[in-house]
Design a protein around this ligand. Sequence first.
Ligand SMILES: NC(=O)c1ccc[n+]([C@@H]2O[C@H](COP(=O)([O-])OP(=O)(O)OC[C@H]3O[C@@H](n4cnc5c(N)ncnc54)[C@H](OP(=O)(O)O)[C@@H]3O)[C@@H](O)[C@H]2O)c1
Length: 221
Amino acid sequence: MNVLVIGASRGIGLELVRQYLAAGERVIATARDDAALEHLRELGAVPLKLDVANPASISGLSWQLDGEKLDLAFYVAGVLTHESANSPPTQQAFDHVMHTNVLGAMQALPQVAPWVEEAGGVFIFMSSSMSQIEGVPNSSAWLYRVSKAALNMAVAAAQHDYPRATLVTMDPGWVQTDMGGRGAPLSVQDSVRGIRTTVASVTPADKGRLLVHDGARARHW
Ligand SMILES: NC(=O)c1ccc[n+]([C@@H]2O[C@H](COP(=O)([O-])OP(=O)(O)OC[C@H]3O[C@@H](n4cnc5c(N)ncnc54)[C@H](OP(=O)(O)O)[C@@H]3O)[C@@H](O)[C@H]2O)c1
């Protein structure tokens, strides 16, 4: 299989690269700094420089992938900020989170999805249970919640334009990464093992859905 991982310098993205390489797959992996690209090359991945918050950087992605049939593509890049409805985000924080988590995904999608369609593959976008509106427990990480809810809509709507691919969002669980922190219940290895198993179980009925790392199918709302 050909696998693309966007946002592979560390955390869940890097572990996806490790596990798919260990399974014998060919992996194209993106990062935005040279040290991370060198590390990805040493692991055996094909490194690609990409800053998802820079539209000029994303605009070259399609031709860089020219000719690749992508069985799996992952949009993993994401950022988290910690505000609540009592202390709203600054414009700078809003732009930072929304550009990375939403605009970057919306700009990468049409660059990558045609190559996923070539293989009849699956395009997975890392979302979160924090995107879900029903039963939301509080406004912690308010902006992040909004960004992931927007991402779910962007992916579900775009599915209609790429019928030969399957586009889904994925909740990886609460994971021990720089973002999730050491107190998270799930190791990055276990989260990614679950993601891989869940992705392998995807059927056309899952198009546009929010999937969970343990195989469950969640509600978008
Ligand atoms: N950890 C959790 O508990 C959890 C739970 C739910 C959802 N998620 C989602 O899962 C995804 C991965 O999370 P993680 O825990 O692995 O986070 P992480 O350890 O903080 O890693 C974030 C990744 O995103 C990349 N990134 C950020 N901004 C970027 C940009 N402008 N261009 C390219 N890459 C960029 C980072 O690259 P640099 O090294 O260059 O910064 C890094 O590779 C995120 O979308 C996150 O929202 C995580």
